[in-house]
Ligand binder design. Structure first.
Ligand SMILES: [Zn+2]
Ligand SMILES: [Zn+2]
Length: 409
């Protein structure tokens, strides 16, 4: 049998390594002798079957672009380096780039998808040592708004109190509470994209007992490891209107509106202002609120700046209150305050004056009243403003805006 392995001063090289390093190619192939290749020890012969395996695996994903990377055992790299310096070989592909080229070509031919170096939909990592294939899927980012129709539903999930995060029947083996806006939106999107999970960035938050109406509260969401990357496009286009101003998800508790795909990951979020209604009720035997107090309140809190002390930080931020209107009901038994202000003011603290977190606040006006714990405040509208806030450390464990001091609206 003829040998494909060229004998170079007593060294054997397989046809891949000969070609790559610029030696004159031997004639035929012989499986047996490839294993004795001085550089790769026969590793190059395993590239083709691995490519077939990659193509088969990619069949379960939706993607347009891909990138292949390879990890190669150190001994192979060292052998190649040594040979290069011994024969003064310069300006040729390394064994690693030859492998990635071979794999990429094969995948491209068989799937018709394109290689993308900067932002591939998915990345294939071939570990040549163990013959393992790892596939990483680029996240999908979306923006939307949610409407909350049931009191007592928290915005965010918390660690499950029963299993402390390990996963149990109560939390559907998620380790986090499932009765939340977060969990419901996450279930919906995870299903649509056949994804692993969702990371949220909320534009503010509200009390568990608050409702969110109007066009809803904006949020950004990263859908991680989406197997069906294009699923949402179909949903968006099938509902027409470019996918805007539509309800995409509708239950008795939560609705998603204005959902849209984003081109890139989100690194900063817009500033926003809110319209909210705060509900107060009179404490026993206390005198009811009078017209002169209403007048004074409305006048003193029109276009004023208030400073908000950020939680866990010795820092304050200035926020604007554009206007407050006050309505008494049932002879002063209850009060409805309609507030229009910047996002990021903790509304309960603004009204109660508690801890002087917000200054000036309405505490002095409402000593005879308390915020109704059953329905403390409702968000009627959220509007985006110019200007934006950076989201620090986004990616690993996406921080909610609460961590930036946006406590309770
Ligand atoms: Zn070789
Ligand atoms: Zn649990």
């Amino acid at each position: 049998m003829k040998s494909s392995v060229m004998v170079l001063q007593g060294l054997s090289l397989c046809k891949f390594c000969q070609k790559r390093l610029g030696f004159k190619l031997g004639k035929d192939n012989s499986e047996g002798e490839e294993n004795s290749c001085y550089v790769c020890g026969g590793m190059m012969a395993r590239v083709k079957p691995l490519a077939e395996e990659i193509v088969a695996k990619l069949g379960e994903y939706e993607y347009n672009t891909f990138l292949v990377g390879a990890s190669v055992p150190h001994t192979v790299l060292d052998n190649e380096d040594e040979l290069r310096s011994r024969f003064k070989i310069k300006g040729r592909d390394s064994v690693k780039s030859q492998i990635t080229k071979l794999l990429s070509q094969k995948v491209k031919q068989q799937t018709g998808k394109a290689v993308n170096y900067s932002r591939p939909d998915l990345t294939v990592l071939a570990s040549m040592n163990e013959g393992l294939i790892t596939i990483n899927l680029r996240s999908v980012w979306l923006r939307g708004r949610y409407v909350k129709l049931r009191r007592g539903l928290p915005q965010r999930s918390s660690v499950c109190g029963i299993c402390s995060g390990l996963g149990c029947a109560e939390c559907d083996y998620k380790g986090r509470t499932i009765d939340s806006v977060q969990s419901k939106i996450s279930d919906f999107l995870t299903g649509v994209f056949a994804a692993e999970g969702c990371n949220f960035v909320w534009l503010g938050s509200e009390d568990d007992n608050s409702l969110v109406s109007g066009s809803g509260r904006p949020f950004y969401v990263e859908v991680t490891k989406p197997k069906k990357r294009f699923a949402m496009k179909e949903v968006l286009t099938s509902r027409g209107n470019g996918g805007k101003r539509k309800t995409f998800f509708r239950t008795k508790e939560v609705q998603i509106k204005e959902l849209e795909l984003l081109e890139r990951r989100v690194t900063d979020v817009p500033q926003f202002e809110i319209t909210a209604q705060v509900n107060l009720k009179r404490k026993t035997d206390a005198p009811p609120f009078g017209d002169s107090q209403i007048e004074s309140l409305e006048k003193n809190f029109s276009n004023v700046l208030t400073s908000v002390r950020l939680s866990r930080k010795f820092r304050t931020v200035q926020k604007e209150i554009r206007g407050i209107s006050c309505k008494t009901r049932d002879g002063g038994e209850t009060i409805e305050l309609l507030l229009n202000c910047d996002g990021g003011i903790p509304l309960k603290k603004l009204v109660s004056g508690q801890d002087e977190t917000v200054r000036p606040n309405l505490g002095a006006y409402f000593s005879s009243y308390e915020i109704d714990p059953e329905k403390p405040f409702d968000i009627l509208n959220v509007t985006m403003k110019k200007g934006s806030t950076m989201i620090p450390g986004l990616g690993k464990d996406t921080p909610a805006l609460n961590d930036l001091g946006y406590d309770s609206n």
